[in-house]
Design a protein around this ligand. Structure first.
Ligand code: GLV
Ligand code: GLV
Length: 329
């Protein structure tokens, strides 16, 4: 059984992988995402692949991968997978739900706090020598307490952000999930999307990237938002139309934004977003803590071990492939 690991992971987990009996492990050792050509070549030999969200597993990749049985994404999001194509090719796919909830909620809350208090712009001004001494009127942000946070995407991460917001005295509304039965935390109100967009001071996005959520935040969305509101995106870049976001910043409709994800990653160093001090940005680090990355790697590996042990992987995204497994597994 040949296992491809597309990026060196947490050392404890790597050790478990490398010591697992009866498998041949190939680890991409170079820094940075695996180049496409190398990925296609390695995938052609692999039965199992541990992929990062930088590896596109699409029809082209699958047509090069006749032996492939399982791709285990080291991420909760799996928009890098063409799931229908995986299912067609009889390849199982898994993700890492639940283990990165708190880390990602911290980054969403952190971006919100930094944006609403203008901490980034103030810090930059200070570095430029523009701090003239304490002033009753300089560097004013807003109190988080009393602001209305609107959450679009009330999954685990959205709920964890709501918990943080309630703890500091924010008012919290969320759009009720359509596809799952879920109770809101005490203090969270279900609002229709339209009302939430119109009346929230801060909107935080926690939806997956799908055809339905593509450019959810477009010109019409920003035009509905409360003037002077903030947008926080720790979900996926494709949920926000960047050109529309820039227009909303230029018109003053948006007071600012906190962004951890971008339509283009890495964001080019000359991107216009860098010209806006009211936009706080981090380089897709929602899950980037030592503990969380270890749990994500371990969870992806658990899925592989399930498969190697003849059990259905715990986070299987396309169960029909498992049901169609031959007994000879
Ligand atoms: C990170 O963006 C993830 O989906 O895990
Ligand atoms: C995170 O684990 C989520 O699914 O919201």
């Amino acid at each position: 059984m040949r296992v491809l690991v597309c990026h060196r992971l947490d050392e404890q987990v790597m050790q478990a992988i490398e010591e697992f009996p009866g498998i041949e492990v190939t680890v991409w050792q170079q820094a940075g995402p695996m180049p496409r050509q190398a990925f296609l070549e390695q995938l052609a030999r692999a039965e199992v692949a541990l992929t990062m969200l930088t590896e596109q597993v699409d029809e082209e990749a699958l047509s090069h991968a006749p032996h492939l049985r399982l791709v285990a994404n080291v991420a909760v999001g799996f928009d890098n997978f063409d799931l229908p194509a995986l299912t067609r090719h009889g390849v199982m796919a898994t993700n890492t739900p639940g283990v990165l909830t708190e880390a990602t909620a911290d980054i969403a809350f952190g971006l919100m706090l930094v944006a609403v208090r203008g901490m980034w712009a103030a810090s930059q001004a200070m570095r430029r020598g523009e701090w003239r001494g304490w002033s009753p009127t300089a560097f004013l942000g807003r109190d988080l307490a009393g602001l209305r946070l609107g959450i679009i995407g009330y999954g685990r991460i959205g709920e964890a952000v709501a918990r943080r917001a309630l703890a500091v005295g924010m008012l919290v509304a969320a759009v009720k999930p359509r596809h799952r039965a879920v109770e809101p935390l005490p203090g969270v109100e279900w609002w229709e999307r339209e009302r939430l967009v119109r009346e929230s001071d801060v909107i935080s996005l926690h939806v997956p990237a799908t055809a339905e959520t593509y450019h959810l935040c477009d010109d019409a969305f920003f035009a509905q938002m409360k003037p002077g509101a903030w947008l926080i995106n720790t979900a996926r870049g494709s949920v926000v139309d960047t050109a529309a976001l820039l227009r909303a910043l230029d018109s003053g409709r948006l007071a600012g934004a906190g962004l951890d994800v971008f339509e283009e990653e890495p964001l080019p160093a000359d991107h216009p977003l860098f010209h806006y001090p009211q936009v706080v940005m981090t380089p897709h680090i929602g899950s980037a803590t030592v503990e969380t990355r270890r749990r994500m790697a371990a969870r992806a590996w658990d899925n592989v071990v399930d498969f190697l042990s003849g059990r259905p992987p715990r986070d299987l995204l396309n169960p029909s492939v498992w049901q169609g497994q031959p007994d000879s597994l």
